[in-house]
Design a protein around this ligand. Structure first.
Ligand code: SIN
Length: 309
């Protein structure tokens, strides 16, 4: 059985790929992903200028995931532009993830990658770790539309949005309307749950220093809200916009749940950080075994097939 799927019309050899995490920052790391069973090469979100990221400590391992306030450490978009030709030999889709600090910055970033050989452009509108003053853009409809208005006609390559977890249906409906209006081709759904706080009660301290102890929660803690967001957007967009689910995917069973909810592919963050590139082969194998046992002959046969009790 194969796990072939499509994102924004591009064929993906399998259903799992890496999420845009710090382990996808350097050329060596991206080459390792290229050589692995990851369906695509997703790069760490890049900004106009190289960034060191937030002060340390900024990441903390939890029993079921991670808590971080990395602050978008990356090599700067020009370096990622240079990486693209060097990654082409792996014959899999290359996805850039861009993060701007203003509409103009998003414009510069998207234009540059529209003119490159990258396959898909993910617009990260959801990093919660920049400061404690402003919300991630995707929580602000006006700002989201301002960005989309400026970037959606800059070229022919499919653009997608990396969205935060939304706890309300009404905002998902409004975001879905913008997605339709500006012909967004795919979603990465969901980023970490921002404004979280983990406390070490013995030391009576926050476990990270960055952003005054607040950060984004990931891993299995956020799987239910990630599944909820994937399902809502699948229903709202009637399966016409590709959705890459993410949040707490550790096993083939987790992946199968995202598939039932309507995801076209699944990005793996925490398990990739912990286990390295071997996670894709393991999880794909587990998924195949579940599909076989349940009598599904392909990804498309099971996609969105959630039954409501
Ligand atoms: C970070 O670099 O702080 C996390 C990336 C993200 O949330 O998009």
């Amino acid at each position: 059985m194969n796990l072939i799927t499509k994102i924004a019309g591009r064929e993906f050899e399998s259903y799992t790929l890496n999420a845009s995490v710090p382990r996808a920052s350097t050329l060596d790391e991206l080459k390792q992903i290229g050589q692995s069973d990851s369906a695509a090469i997703m790069m760490k979100s890049c900004t106009i200028k190289k960034r060191k990221g937030n002060p340390l400590p900024r990441i903390f391992k939890l029993p079921l995931g991670y808590f971080n306030s990395e602050g978008l450490p990356n090599l700067g978009y020009k370096t990622y532009l240079e990486f693209i030709p060097k990654l082409k030999k792996y014959n899999k889709p290359i996805i850039v993830s861009v993060a701007g600090f203003s509409v103009d910055e998003y414009k510069i970033l998207v234009k540059a990658f529209q003119e490159s050989e990258v396959d898909l452009i993910e617009i990260n509108l959801s990093c919660p770790n920049i400061d404690n003053k402003t919300e991630p853009i995707a929580y602000n409809l006006k700002k989201t539309e301002e960005v989309l208005k400026e970037i959606s006609y800059l070229g022919k390559k499919p653009i997608g949005l990396k969205l935060p977890p939304y706890p309300y249906y009404s905002i998902q409906q409004k975001i879905a309307n913008l997605i339709k209006k500006y012909s967004v081709s795919f979603l990465s759904c969901v980023n970490t749950l921002g404004n979280s706080l983990i406390i070490d009660e013995i030391k009576e301290r926050s476990v990270i220093k960055a952003t005054r102890g607040f950060g984004g929660l990931s891993g299995q803690y956020i799987k239910p809200i990630a599944l909820g967001n994937v399902r809502r957007f699948y229903e709202l967009l009637k399966g016409k916009v590709s959705i890459m689910g993410m949040g707490g995917v550790k096993t083939g069973q987790d992946v199968f749940e995202f598939l039932l909810a309507g995801a076209d592919a699944v990005q793996i963050g925490t398990a990739f950080v912990e286990e390295g590139v071997s996670c894709f082969q393991r999880i794909n194998k587990e998924l195949k075994s579940i599909l076989r046992k349940k009598g599904y002959s392909s990804i498309s046969k099971a996609r969105g097939k959630l039954k409501i009790s």
